[in-house]
Write a protein of this length. Structure first.
Lengths: 74, 305
């Protein structure tokens, strides 16, 4: 395993872009399109401002509350 | 659940969807914290100091219409529909509210992005070796999602990097330790604790005048039950005004062990990958504080605490 890691990281890099040798593993790490579909919902992150918006638009608030921000970290 | 078109349509059209970090919300002693806890107290989450995680539906005025913390999408959808029925039964006057000024925020539990700061998005993924290549790991038949976090840099820290880029040299300890201790964690299954200063045996990052960054990281807990060994390779560049133009880091390493909130680690040394990329942070989801900002002083002064 260490051999793979060392060979990838030893490949060097070019300013402002990922080198070809690293692109494949970077693509493995970055989220796939289907992993980010849930972000299209238009989540607000400011509860107080969401209250104002809800009051104005006469809609209920849906709050997703987690230990660790739901939009990141986990 | 939130990827289902039916749920997206319902949330987008009939609700104001909000996502929040309970670690702050349940603690903050200000109008927002009091309001949130008053809503939660109408449901089952009312233990003083206890978690209030879950999915809530309520009015702008604070009347709880539904609560659910079940992972079953059918049950959550049923809660949403039931809450909408209660909403429809409300008189018009209860569907709106006069929202006062939020007042002074509890700075102990409210985080503000530093003026002129920079956001670097950090994606992390469990990897596995396959046919001589590193691939997203398949664990228990599933590929765990990429974890997301954000590295925050202050304006003066970017200026220091810009100055360093003229001659080349070692990254400031503050930044190297922030990156190592707060961002090179196993965040795949939950919230990892930050590495302690005493656990970091090496986190030397070097910047060349051409903008290349390399480094090695070695971290081990005192009881040697958890640790990380990795190498960083990347580039940074600046525009003519000294603003970061790119910040591309790839960090590959081997992690072992698990923390209190990251149970279920793979046995032994397991490959972990991190990709750091500059973001303009124009979307709300890119503006949330780094997970490590729970401990604000430690995050900003990682070389001291």
């Amino acid at each position: 395993m260490k051999v793979i890691l060392i060979s990838l990281l030893g490949a060097g890099s070019l300013l402002g872009q990922w080198p070809v040798e690293q692109k494949a593993v970077i693509a493995e790490i970055l989220p796939k399109v289907e992993e980010t579909v849930w972000l299209q919902i238009g989540w607000r992150t400011d509860l107080w401002e969401a209250r104002r918006e809800a009051a104005k638009s006469k809609k209920p608030i849906y709050l997703w509350e987690m230990d660790g921000h739901p939009l990141g970290c986990v | 659940m939130f990827s289902k078109p039916e749920v997206q349509k319902l949330l987008g059209e009939q609700f104001i969807p909000v996502a929040a970090n309970d670690w702050y919300q349940r603690r903050r002693q200000d109008a927002e914290g009091h309001f949130f806890r008053s809503v939660a107290a109408q449901g089952p989450r009312r233990t003083e100091g206890g978690t209030r995680q879950g999915h809530y539906v309520f009015t702008a005025g604070g009347k709880l219409l539904g609560y659910n913390n079940n992972r079953d999408p059918k049950k959550r959808l049923a809660m949403m529909r039931d809450a909408l029925k209660k909403w429809e039964a409300l008189p018009d006057s209860k569907k709106t509210a006069t929202i006062p000024d939020r007042g002074k925020q509890d700075t102990k539990y409210a985080r503000e992005f530093p003026k002129g700061g920079t956001v670097v998005k950090v994606h992390s993924r469990a990897l596995e070796g396959k046919d001589g290549q590193l691939k997203a790991a398949v664990i228990g038949g599933n590929t765990p999602l990429a974890a997301v976090d954000f590295l925050w840099l202050k304006k003066e820290e970017v200026a220091a990097l810009h100055a360093l880029s003229m001659s080349g040299g070692y990254f400031p300890d503050r930044l190297a330790e922030r990156i190592a201790r707060f961002h090179l964690n196993d965040s795949i299954r939950g919230e990892p604790r930050p590495w302690k200063r005493s656990e970091v045996q090496n986190c030397t990052l070097t910047l060349t005048p051409s903008g290349e960054v390399t480094g090695t990281i070695l971290i081990k807990s005192r009881d040697e039950k958890m640790g990380y060994e990795g190498a960083l390779s990347g580039t940074i560049s600046f525009d003519k005004n000294g603003n970061l133009q790119s910040f591309n880091f790839l960090v590959l390493g081997l992690h072992f062990g698990e923390g209190q909130f990251t149970r279920g680690a793979r046995p032994g040394d397991s490959p972990l990958g991190h990709v750091f990329s500059l973001t303009s942070a124009t979307k709300p989801e890119d503006q949330i504080p780094p997970q490590g900002m729970h401990w604000e002083q430690g995050y900003w002064e990682a070389e001291k605490h």
